[in-house]
Design a protein around this ligand. Structure first.
Ligand code: NAD
Ligand code: 13P
Length: 340
């Protein structure tokens, strides 16, 4: 049976994985060679980003300097991008996924499978929802999750790293491994979708803490303490709300490794450091520093705080609670060590 992959998203990470998937579909007979990629249309220096991608094979705004395979075709229409796909790769910032799912509802083939590369959760009036569950429930299809220590530019440059795919159905995990695994992007598959997904969402909050520590120039020991305490809170939160989340997942790339890399080189870290050194609010720094890329850690800290405060659990998660308060309640950054 022929599988056809569609990419939903084309930012920094979406473009990096487009390069991998566009190459890997040539390695197996069962994949259609064309990979459609939904691009949220915008003008860059007076030119349509979609036209630039399809003529120059480069996402000059979100992943400049990296050539994309010519079989990756940028499309402006979300529904048309996915209409004939059997494998959907969701890689938009979490802020946009709910709207994407609304548009796709009833418009994807019933034999589709999905994978979410999104690090975040969705919050609505009923509480919070995992993105993979939202995809499953709104589209009626199964969804895996991919998450790992994967800073997009390093992956796009072909530097060795690992990643984790969480699956419910093993054959889905194996199928998605085929489109992602390369000698420099090593995929491990685990039967723990929720654990993999929560690692990816929660580590972004801890990365804000890592950046605050850098801005305060507290040094490597303090950074390591924030990472360790953060990992403990991530595990505690995950297993408190989802008892089947496995301890071993936290030792995969999606767990401790992603925490380390994000606290060393990610966007959340960078903006949090600048918050300390400039005193500017996070949303202003996101606009000034990220050229359209999105910060995920602050809004996830808010989402988690809303859940924890409603349940009277803030005292059990001092690091996440303090990070929320620094981001949203003007608490001085130095409280990152004083309050935990
Ligand atoms: P990004 O931060 O580069 O975000 C920008 C993207 O959002 C652009 O493609 C832009 O066109 C799009 N966009 C803007 N407004 C939109 C709208 N209203 N609707 C839909 N799309 C809109 O994106 P990214 O880095 O590809 O991140 C996607 C997901 O991947 C995130 O959850 C992120 O945490 C995760 N991730 C990122 C990296 C990384 O290093 N960048 C690594 C691993 C995982
Ligand atoms: P940032 O969003 O902080 O850049 O993190 C990227 C990432 O998830 C690396 O694995």
């Amino acid at each position: 049976m022929s599988e056809k992959v569609a990419l939903i998203g084309s930012g920094n990470w979406g473009s990096a994985v487009a390069r991998i998937i566009g190459g890997n579909v040539h390695n197996f007979d069962h994949f259609d060679r064309e990979v459609k990629m939904w691009v949220f249309e915008e003008q860059v220096d007076g030119r349509s980003l979609i036209d630039v991608i399809n003529t120059e094979h480069e996402n000059i705004k979100y992943l400049p300097g990296i050539k994309l395979p010519e079989n990756v075709v940028a499309c402006p229409d979300l529904v048309k991008t996915c209409a004939d796909a059997t494998m959907l790769v969701f890689v938009v910032p979490h802020q946009f996924v709910s709207n994407v799912c609304k548009q796709l509802k009833g418009n994807v083939p019933s034999n589709c499978k999905a994978i979410s590369l999104i690090k975040g959760v969705d919050v609505n009036e009923h509480g919070f929802q995992l993105i993979s569950n939202m995809i499953q429930e709104s589209l009626g299809i199964r969804s895996c999750v991919l998450s790992g220590a994967n800073i997009a530019t390093e992956v796009a440059e072909g530097r060795f790293c690992e990643t984790t795919i969480g699956y419910r159905n093993k054959s889905d995990g194996e199928l998605f491994r085929d489109i992602f695994h390369t000698p420099y992007f090593r995929v491990t598959i685990v039967e723990d979708v929720i654990g993999v997904e929560l690692c990816g969402a929660l580590k972004n909050i801890v990365a804000i803490g890592g950046g605050l520590v850098d801005g305060l120039k507290l040094g490597d020991n303090t950074k390591a303490a924030i990472i360790r305490i953060g990992l403990c809170e991530m595990r505690k939160f995950s297993q408190m709300f989802y008892k089947d989340v496995k301890d071993t997942t936290f030792f995969e790339s999606c767990g401790v490794a992603d925490l380390i890399t994000t606290c060393a080189g990610g966007r959340n870290r960078k903006v949090a450091e600048a918050h300390v050194t400039t005193g500017k609010p996070f949303d202003q720094l996101e606009q000034e520093m990220l050229n359209g890329q999105k910060l995920q850690g602050t809004s996830t800290a808010k989402d988690m705080y809303n859940i924890l405060s409603k349940k009277g659990l803030c005292h059990e998660f001092p690091l996440m609670t303090t990070i929320y308060r620094i981001c949203y309640e003007n608490l001085p950054p130095s409280r990152i060590v004083e309050d935990i």
